[in-house]
Design a protein around this ligand. Structure first.
Ligand SMILES: [Mn+2]
Length: 327
């Protein structure tokens, strides 16, 4: 179906939506909200242009959506099916080959994310390579001149000032986001940074614009609550590169790294951030490069997306008393 979204900047933005049974979570019948009534909109944006090692990120959105049909709607953190508290709809993927270079693709993404926000929706962008994040963040930052914190999960700092001659490289994703002066960065899971990034990182650390929670210190050096304190109460945008997960858990990504986060590391951080009740304004999940037969990776990312949506758009989690589960 098609839905016209009227916004101030873009009075006739058109979005085509996937039928709900084909979209994220595969909602059917009475469970499926009309897109206009859904608080969260999924935007598939499988751009794959500046990848430097393994390819395949362009197939990410479709794999996430397909795997999401296997994700159980009931979530024990809420002891309910939290999706019904906010509602989700999925925009139909478009042909990204029409964009001849990164600036064109980023401008298109910025316009789409901006239109989603102006329509009052929470945008979740499915990548695609990490190089797309600055396009989405530009739209979000423009609407939050008072300040924007990016909660960034990744193996890589991505603070290079360009890479392989590409200003908007995936390896420069967060550097380009920090081009916007109101943006600050809290990175979690980092275990790959280059010598050339250190001076910038050190300067911006002094300016309180960059804070890194190194993966190697996750069991001994910092807690989820420390991350939540650094993030604050928002506005918060989540940029999640799936290579933040350990390479054993997430081999299906272009540049996997050992020594990474496990599922519960990530969940504890997200939950601690949620407990501070920040203003969540958008998210992207990038760099899934599906591998035939490793459907566990696709499923992990689909479940991650559902948790992010429920934490950002749903009520505060209200888990049962685990010592006496209410059955
Ligand atoms: Mn990465």
């Amino acid at each position: 179906m098609s839905l016209k979204v009227k916004t101030q900047e873009n009075p006739a933005a058109d979005f085509d939506f996937l039928p709900q049974e084909d979209g994220f979570l595969g909602l059917e019948g009475a469970e499926a909200p009309d897109p206009a009534a859904a608080a969260a909109w999924i935007l598939p944006f499988g751009l794959e242009r500046t990848v430097s090692y393994g390819g395949g990120a362009g197939e990410g959105p479709q794999a996430i959506i397909e795997a999401s049909h296997q994700v159980e709607l009931f979530d024990e953190w809420w002891w309910s099916e939290p999706v019904h508290d906010y509602g989700v709809a999925t925009i139909a993927p478009t042909d990204l080959s029409v964009y001849q270079d990164m600036p064109m693709a980023l401008a298109a993404l910025e316009a789409q994310v901006g239109a989603m926000m102006d329509a009052g929706k929470f945008p979740l962008i499915l990548g695609g390579e990490h190089g797309i994040s600055p396009g989405a963040v530009k739209a979000v930052a423009d609407r939050h001149p008072e300040g924007l914190t990016i909660l960034h999960f990744d193996a890589h700092a991505d603070l290079r000032d360009g890479y392989d001659g590409e200003h908007y490289s995936h390896a420069a994703a967060l550097r380009r986001c920090l081009d916007f002066p109101q943006v600050r960065l809290v990175s979690v899971g980092i275990r790959n940074i280059s010598d050339g990034e250190i001076p910038f990182c050190a300067t911006e650390w002094q300016n309180d614009r960059v804070k890194i929670f190194w993966s190697c210190m996750r069991r001994a050096g910092w807690t989820a609550e420390d991350v939540a304190k650094a993030v604050g109460t928002g506005p918060v945008y989540i940029s999640f590169d799936v290579d933040a997960f350990d390479a054993a858990l997430m081999p299906a990504t272009g540049t996997p790294e050992p020594g990474g986060l496990d599922w519960d590391d990530v969940m504890q951080v997200l939950l601690a951030v949620r407990k501070n009740n920040p203003q969540f304004v958008g998210a992207d999940v990038v760099e899934l490069a599906p591998i035939d037969g490793l459907h566990g990776c696709d499923f992990t990312v689909a479940k991650l997306c559902y948790r992010i949506l429920s934490l950002c758009c749903g009520p505060m989690p209200a888990p049962p008393d685990w010592t006496g589960i209410r059955l």
